[in-house]
Design a protein around this ligand. Structure first.
Ligand code: ADP
Ligand code: MG
Length: 256
């Protein structure tokens, strides 16, 4: 019943050629188990195929996570949802389903520093990747630098096109630094390129009313806000700083 050496090497070679590494790795153990449990041929085939599929899926998710540059410690498991205003929590439940990406809707997270904007969007990003979505996390300032370099090298259009492969672009801390006019132009070019093409998820400490500080002139500011808001979900995190609250709790414990 067990394969002869020559048959075995034929099988291994075929699985290699067909690019089925997980099947190659587990067919013997699974066959052993199938014999022990008297599984049918079909059941054995099923377990092998599922093993290959599961391994591929896990590899793909791991690759997408690496590619996303998301900080892995900011996950949904480590995020305390009870701190969220009820409205934001309800929005989050819908966002976690991921269909907003199909509609190229944007997610705009506002709130004071430490309110959990970055953690929230990173956690969301991780869940979406587990659903097979392609996401990219980037600090706004770094993204802008990359775009400026691309423009200098006459490669801005190509760079923007490359970013289109992502279902969602998480831009962290828009408006945190004072940008120059040139920087704002490339950021605006990116937002215009993504408009109705792919989702932008961004965090900002500045409410829209102060975005002229980012985009300098009123026309560009209005145009940027218009594109972002047209199809968007706004998450307002008007919360006390998590960091401050945690350190206060620790200090209270010390006092008690
Ligand atoms: P923001 O981007 O709004 O400035 P962060 O997301 O960076 O805030 O949060 C500040 C710190 O507090 C981070 O270490 C983050 O992990 C933590 N934090 C914030 N909100 C929560 C929360 N609801 N549950 C767990 N940790 C949180
Ligand atoms: Mg942040």
């Amino acid at each position: 019943m067990i394969l002869a050496a020559e048959q075995k090497s034929r099988l291994v070679r075929s699985l290699k050629e067909l690019r089925l590494p997980a099947m190659r790795a587990c067919y013997e153990d699974q066959a052993e188990q199938a014999r022990r449990e008297a599984l049918s041929y079909e059941q054995y085939l099923l377990s092998l195929v599922e093993c290959e599929r599961e391994t591929r899926r896990n590899n793909r998710i791991a690759r997408l996570l690496r590619e996303s540059r998301l900080p892995l410690e900011k996950s949904l498991e480590t995020f305390d949802r009870k701190r969220l205003p009820r409205r934001v929590d309800a929005h989050l439940s819908v966002l976690l389903e991921g269909s907003f990406l199909d509609r190229a809707e944007n997610v705009l997270a506002f709130g004071n520093p430490g309110s959990g904007k970055t953690h929230l969007l990173c956690a969301l990003g991780q869940v979406l990747i587990e659903q097979g979505r392609r996401m990219l996390f980037t600090q706004c300032s770094l993204l802008v630098q990359d775009l400026l370099i691309a423009r200098r090298d006459l490669a801005l259009a190509r760079t923007l096109k490359r970013l289109r492969k992502y279902d969602g672009l998480i831009i962290d801390d828009i408006g945190y630094v004072q940008h120059s006019r040139e920087e704002m132009e490339v950021l605006f070019a990116l937002l215009a390129d993504r408009y109705e093409r792919g989702s932008v998820l961004l965090t900002s400490n500045l409410p829209f009313s102060q975005w002229e500080r980012i985009f300098k002139d009123p026309m560009t500011t209005a145009a940027a806000i218009d594109r972002l808001v047209h199809h968007s979900i706004v998450l307002e995190l008007n919360l006390p700083s998590y960091r401050l609250e945690e350190s206060r709790k620790r200090n209270e414990e010390v006092v008690l």
